[in-house]
Design a protein around this ligand. Structure first.
Ligand SMILES: Nc1ncnc2c1ncn2[C@@H]1O[C@H](COP(=O)(O)OP(=O)(O)OP(=O)(O)O)[C@@H](O)[C@H]1O
Length: 242
């Protein structure tokens, strides 16, 4: 569980988040919507201690992120907007192994995690390939595998579809749906709700550093266009229970 309690944060005294309180439950699929600049990235960076609140607290599984950043980073896997900036190794296997290696795990356990993470993103057996030879969608899936190798309870993705063509977008969506079904909590920050909203249990919309909407998709979508969020028409099958 990720809990934000009265989180306030500013850059150079310019307020970016103001008194944000939210609880993200285990296993929930949350779409965090909002126009560019509304504070989504800043909020998410609090989940693993990349940013600390000016006031308020962030807890992961009941423990303060500020006091236990390593535990938070193990529980909350983050995939940033441009996966290319996130890679630390030249090959798929070496990159996915990096996080577990830093935890000081035994070699067999690292290999088990790498295999499981690559399987979860449909890249089994691609360990030896150079990341710079992969397509944009494959690179996104490698970044997701890197986060999954930490065996997080939550996977947080910031604008994961930016720059992806339709097939790549679909393949990332399929992987997110499968992970969600297997119990991983998913948080997707986006200013474009196409496709992904159909997977969501809950839509949270930010406006000017506040939570403006927090509701199931079918209720949340009304009125979001006025916040600068591209709102799709929900198909009947998108609103059913999963
Ligand atoms: N490092 C920084 N220094 C100063 N201001 C910043 C910094 N990072 C973000 N901001 C400002 O904080 C506000 C919120 O930015 P944030 O990136 O959290 O929004 P966002 O909703 O994720 O939008 P985007 O999708 O464009 O990243 C914006 O006004 C932005 O200009």
């Amino acid at each position: 569980m990720i809990e934000f309690d009265s989180v306030t944060y500013g850059f150079d005294d310019v307020p970016v988040l103001e008194d944000v309180s939210l609880t993200l439950a285990d296993g929930e699929f949350v779409v965090l919507a909002g126009a560019n600049g509304s504070g989504k990235t800043t909020l998410l960076r609090h989940c693993n201690g990349l940013i600390e609140p000016d006031s308020g607290t962030v807890l992961v599984d009941g423990r303060s992120v500020a006091e236990h950043p390593i535990a938070a980073r193990s529980s909350v896997g983050m995939v940033f907007q441009h996966p290319r900036d996130q890679f630390v190794a030249a090959t798929v296997g070496a990159d996915v192994a990096f996080g577990p290696e830093n935890l000081g795990l035994a070699r067999e356990e690292i290999e088990r995690r790498v295999d499981a993470a690559l399987e979860a993103v449909n890249l089994s057996g691609r360990d030896g390939e150079r990341i710079d030879t992969l397509s944009g969608g494959e690179q996104s899936r490698v970044a997701i595998a890197g986060a999954l190798a930490m065996e997080p309870t939550h996977l947080v993705l910031d604008e994961p579809f930016t720059g992806l063509d339709d097939p790549a977008r679909r393949s990332v969506l399929e992987r997110l749906e499968a992970l969600s079904r297997s119990g991983t909590g998913i948080v997707v920050a986006t200013h474009d709700l196409r496709d992904v909203v159909g997977l969501a249990d809950r839509v949270i919309a930010m406006r000017d550093g506040h939570v403006a909407v927090d509701a199931p998709p079918e209720r949340a979508l009304e009125g979001l266009e006025s916040f600068g969020i591209r709102v799709p028409k929900l198909k009947a099958c998108d609103t059913g229970e999963r």
